[in-house]
Ligand binder design. Structure first.
Ligand SMILES: NC(=O)c1ccc[n+]([C@@H]2O[C@H](COP(=O)([O-])OP(=O)(O)OC[C@H]3O[C@@H](n4cnc5c(N)ncnc54)[C@H](OP(=O)(O)O)[C@@H]3O)[C@@H](O)[C@H]2O)c1
Length: 371
């Protein structure tokens, strides 16, 4: 079976990497190579016992192995949040975030947050993890985010009105959709990361003999067995991830999608900018609005990283460049007696007839002299 090999000789002393789903398969082999190159590696796995075993095997093989085990269950937004907060509180740097964990073609299940399992594990959990860890990645720049997608993203379709798929669920259809989400998320992420020194890539590892097919039954399972001889080993399957994590040439954003350690074509669906923005917005809305689930915790705390970013001066100070005038328009702003609301009102007043601005309850705040 042909498999390209990562040719980079880069060493990683002093660098910290997080690998999700690293107790087995492609993630384990990725973590092993990063450790061999001197990185400090955080194994982010949901089952601490399996993670412990993987850690022991890795340390038995790699001398002076610098390993940390931390629980991460991507099917629980609360767990993702706890993991990220622990990282932000205890790690001074994150140079590499490898979003590798994935579930393939499981039976229809909803997570504790009420999302379709493959959508949350493969996309939404990693989406939240990435956003929460951005302050650490930005402060550690040059840094990289690698999202492990799949060739099956070519078959992915997103019906934004049917994210739960409660009536339309097919295991492989939901998987392909989640892998298309990886592509669209990365597309939008690259756009938003411009100028930060953080780059992001998607990877297609090829067909790899791992535990990924564990949920398949009957004909599908026996077909997989018959195809085993065509599959790569997990070491081979990890090569493109390693290429994107290590290649010196990819330290600055160079394309997005890689397969066999080379830039690769993406599906038409993965090229749609509007869908990338729509998915981003939908993912944010899901994280902010899932009332009655653990996501409420996120809702309250999601602002922490933003506060950290602000304090570190990491936000690019983008300012609104529109010259639009608002003469004759009426504006209602809630909470405008101080802070962001006050500043918004001030700018809007400057663009129209300030006399039309009325403050209720605490009128004095609205009479700023320069208006
Ligand atoms: N194998 C292939 O042919 C192939 C092809 C294309 C893309 N991929 C992608 O490659 C990545 C790695 O897959 P693999 O082939 O190495 O599969 P694997 O051997 O099944 O490993 C998957 C890893 O993800 C973890 N995981 C699953 N659900 C999780 C959750 N809720 N929270 C945290 N971790 C979770 C698993 O942990 P547990 O052991 O606890 O379940 C395991 O560590 C996946 O994103 C997959 O979609 C694989």
């Amino acid at each position: 079976m042909f498999s390209a090999k990562c040719k980079s000789k880069a060493r990683l002393e002093g660098r910290t990497a997080i690998v999700t789903g690293s107790n087995t398969g492609i993630g384990y082999e990725t973590a092993r190579e990063l450790l061999k190159r001197g990185a400090r590696v955080i194994l982010a796995n949901r089952d601490l016992e399996k993670s412990q075993k993987a850690g022991e095997m890795l340390c038995a093989e790699v001398p002076a192995c610098q390993l940390r085990l931390l629980r991460l269950d991507l099917a629980s937004l609360k767990s993702v949040h706890t993991f990220a907060m622990e990282i932000l509180a205890t790690e001074s740097n994150v140079h590499l975030l490898i979003n590798n964990a994935g579930v393939f073609a499981c039976p229809y299940t909803l997570t504790e947050d009420g999302n379709e399992m493959q959508f949350q594990t493969n996309h939404l959990g990693h989406f939240l993890l990435t956003l929460l860890l951005l302050p650490a990645l930005k402060v550690s720049a040059p840094s990289r985010i690698i999202n492990v997608s799949s060739k099956l993203h070519w078959f992915g379709k997103i019906d934004f009105d049917d994210m739960e798929m409660s009536k339309t669920y097919k295991p492989t259809k939901a998987y392909s959709r989640s892998k298309l989400c990886n592509m669209l998320f990365t597309k939008e992420l690259i756009k938003r990361l411009q100028g930060t020194g953080v780059v992001a890539y998607t990877v297609d590892p090829g067909m790899v003999a791992t535990e990924a097919t564990r949920h398949l039954k009957g004909t599908a399972a026996s077909m997989q067995k018959k195809m085993e001889f065509l599959k790569k080993s997990p070491v081979q399957g990890a090569q493109t991830t390693l290429h994107c994590a290590l290649s010196e040439k990819l330290a600055v954003q160079k394309g997005m999608h890689y397969s066999e350690c080379s830039s690769a074509a993406i599906s038409c669906g993965a090229k749609r900018k509007e869908d990338a923005m729509k998915l981003w917005k939908l993912s944010e809305d899901l994280l902010l609005c899932q009332v009655g689930s653990a996501a409420c915790v996120i809702r309250r705390n999601l602002f922490y990283p933003q506060i950290i970013q602000e304090r570190m001066g990491l936000f690019r100070n983008g300012s609104c460049t529109s010259d639009a005038k608002l003469d004759g328009k009426t504006v209602v702003i809630t909470g405008a007696n101080s802070g962001i609301g006050f500043e918004t009102a001030r700018e809007l007043a400057k663009r129209g007839n300030a006399a039309n601005f009325r403050g209720y309850k605490s009128r004095k705040y609205y009479q700023a002299p320069e208006w």
